[in-house]
Design a protein around this ligand. Sequence first.
Ligand SMILES: *[C@@H]1O[C@H](CO)[C@@H](O)[C@H](O)[C@H]1NC(C)=O
Ligand SMILES: *[C@@H]1O[C@H](CO)[C@@H](O)[C@H](O)[C@H]1NC(C)=O
Ligand SMILES: *[C@@H]1O[C@H](CO)[C@@H](O)[C@H](O)[C@H]1NC(C)=O
Ligand SMILES: *[C@@H]1O[C@H](CO)[C@@H](O)[C@H](O)[C@H]1NC(C)=O
Length: 474
Amino acid sequence: MLKDCSSQRSGWPEPVSMRVLLSVLYPVLSLTIFGLYPSMTIGPKEGWQVYSSAQDADGRCICTVVAPEQSLCSRDAKSRQLRQLLEKVQNMSQSIEVLNLRTQRDFQYVMKMENQMKGLRTKFRQIEDDRKSIMARNFQELKDKMDELKPLIPVLEQYKMDAALISQFKEEIRNLSAVLTSIQEELGAYDYDELYQRVLRLDSRLRSCMGKLTCGKLMKITGPVTIKTSGTRFGAWMTDPLAATRNNRVWYMDSYTNSKIVREYKTMDDFVTGVVSRTYSLPFKWEGTNHIVYNGSLYYNKYQSNIIVKYSFETGSVLAQRALEFAGFHNMYPYTWGGYSDIDVMADELGMWVVYATNQNAGNIVISQIDSDTLQVLQTWNTEYSKRNAGESFMICGTLYITNSHLSGAKVYYAYSTKTSSYEYIDIPFHNQYFHISMLDYNARERALYAWNNGHQVIFNVTLFHVIKTDDDS
Ligand SMILES: *[C@@H]1O[C@H](CO)[C@@H](O)[C@H](O)[C@H]1NC(C)=O
Ligand SMILES: *[C@@H]1O[C@H](CO)[C@@H](O)[C@H](O)[C@H]1NC(C)=O
Ligand SMILES: *[C@@H]1O[C@H](CO)[C@@H](O)[C@H](O)[C@H]1NC(C)=O
Ligand SMILES: *[C@@H]1O[C@H](CO)[C@@H](O)[C@H](O)[C@H]1NC(C)=O
């Protein structure tokens, strides 16, 4: 018996029956949809129309469908959209890979910590069993140590969940990618809207996941790896944290004074082998070694002034320059090593910052967040750490980390959170391999510290822990 299904006439049929219908009518549709024979395309201007419909003996719907002739069903438009989707998925899987690298690196560290904790817990239990033979004071010490480690447990748990989340994303992306590739050949056999929604959902989840994973508290500094040995004892080198992943240009600014020559290398390999791709002559000399390249522009301290200059590599012009109010300069408030390192421009996950000292703050470090276009100060924090007693400083996720020296034995000693406007003393050692550090800067894209170590260009890796969200954080 034939059953009428013309009730589907108005609006979109639901996806499943749509697919049945499409597969049945694929040969017919392919003519109309793809417009291979334009003369046969007699459909209305928009939307699908079911002209007649019936159900056959096998229960399949047999309909005559006229597809809309406009962009939605034009082969070119649809392929273009699909190509875009495919590209988006590829971009997402690249991001996932980057995330994965980061988490794997940190995960190893986390596992080690976890093992230590387990060991401690076991020992603790043994001691508890044998309590009578232990002096009360030793017992208390162990107990305190255990209590100190307790907050790490939720952090570790969180980490495991994040790792699981990432592998799930990877699978989803792989699935989606496969689907997209297959339907490039079989255009039209899929509900484009549904796919599009899937990609969007994945995209927004990925973004929030990345936001969560990329910020955290500095736990450990490993390395360094020596990339190159070149230049004088003092200088700066860097990559652009906002450049696309494929773009890995390196900039090199030897010396802390009396120079305006910036060398550019296309890749890290070119930097190592010394193949310069471009040389720029800046309109003004720089001072110090605390410059950065951010989003294609160089930001640096103009010599004998507290002016910050924004210089575009692309146009070779100064896009902005502005004096930093009250900031000491020209060895008034340098870092411990001197070298006119008074004004330190830096960038992290949250944007651009400048670190300096003022008379108003008694020569102690002042942190200002600045607008990367206008160089205007957006907000300022006064710390109580003397700039002249700071070896170097760098910003990660809105927290300024200060080292206590530029010489051997230097460690990260003090952390100031701009989020809570509070500080703490910390103790994170790092290996000052060549005994003198004149530049130490965090690169959020690489999640690494670039350093100029006595005529050696070195990189440290950093391990960050997520700051666990608590109720008062929200
Ligand atoms: C993919 O990434 C490239 C490079 O970052 C970008 O130009 C392109 O617009 C991205 N594509 C999509 C669909 O997001
Ligand atoms: C990926 O596809 C496989 C096979 O179709 C399916 O079993 C799996 O659940 C899919 N995974 C995700 C995350 O969608
Ligand atoms: C980077 O520069 C591009 C244009 O060159 C601009 O559209 C984008 O907003 C900039 N990003 C940041 C974070 O400043
Ligand atoms: C940083 O970690 C990456 C990825 O694990 C590794 O390839 C690189 O050699 C490390 N660099 C340093 C300086 O430890």
